[in-house]
Design a protein around this ligand. Sequence first.
Ligand SMILES: *Cc1c(COP(=O)(O)O)cnc(C)c1O
Length: 383
Amino acid sequence: MIPYSTQTIDEADIQAVSDVLRSGWLTQGPAIERFEKSIADYCGVRHAVAVSSATAGLHLAALAIGLEAGKLLWTSPNTFVASANCARYCGAQVDFVDIDPRTLNMSVSRLQEKLESCRRNGKPLPDVIVPVHFGGVPCELQKMALLAEEYGFHILEDAAHALSARFQEEKIGNSMYSRATVLSFHAVKIITAAEGGMVLTNDDTFAAHVRSLRSHGITRDPQIMTTLPDGGWYYQQVALGYHYRMTDMQAALAVSQLHRIEEFRAARQRLAAKYHKAFGSLDLSWQEVPPNSESAWHLFVIRVPQEKRKRIFNQMRDAGIGVNVHYIPVHLQPYYRDLGFEPGNFPEAEQYYREAISLPIYPNLSDNDQQKVIAFVQNELLS
Ligand SMILES: *Cc1c(COP(=O)(O)O)cnc(C)c1O
């Protein structure tokens, strides 16, 4: 089976993990610090806080922003459920903003319309917007930041797909336009720690807050304690935190992977260019990358005529080509239907979903295998 995505592990990665196993330090330790520093340097951001997953990172970032019952988060319906669930963990409400059918990201003009309409009609305005850089294509962050200023919401970027992407020449993750950015290191993402996530921010207090929450809200820093330490063993729990730590084994794997990130990016870009060239004359469209951006090419998504989608998907799967569909619109999940969302609420995301197929793209996809994928799609859409 050719998968739609998979990790790229080499001997250096294996060595890095074995080194940790031999070092005697398995849980959060020196490799975490190295990883946090490497990511902060790579992205050009002040603080990087490693956590057990992007889902955990979104939860902690939402808490640090102050989401709670009575507050409101808006995100894109075309995303993984975690982008919305982080609000629910905090007891806050969720709503969505429909996508731009070309970039497949949250549409800034729809966002603006929805904000204006809420203000006009006295409906609650969002406290947080979570733009998702879908497939690795950056959202219009600058325009969103202007709206954030005007309407007083925070931006929390879900960059699970977008490590190595660029917006106006700057790396996604620098959090220049947002309160924080969250990365994922799940196996299929741009680089992997097997599982893991990272919260990036330029805000010192925010970073310290997330750092505390990832480990039970416990501190050993006398400066933060409410009393003098009782002795050398002493710690205090000063907030209700969680156990969301990453291990040193995971961090060592990710540091090793990060050394090859530009290589990964170039490989993905080359594969994408080959798809573009091969599909130019077919009855399909693909995700557009705005001219001010560079995609991380986490996904290569095509839109085919909706009456052909299921047949093409099934035939490709039967032929050993691991196509996938990203994403089932979040508001149509039974959990969100129970909260009152319905088919027809976000028509662009729903129409896109009926036509979507994610084709294989990952650094080690061979020319031969990619050629098989291309030949299959050409055959289906010419006939
Ligand atoms: C993978 C993913 C997540 C969650 O990442 P985990 O590290 O698995 O928790 C969140 N948002 C998006 C858009 C994702 O693709």
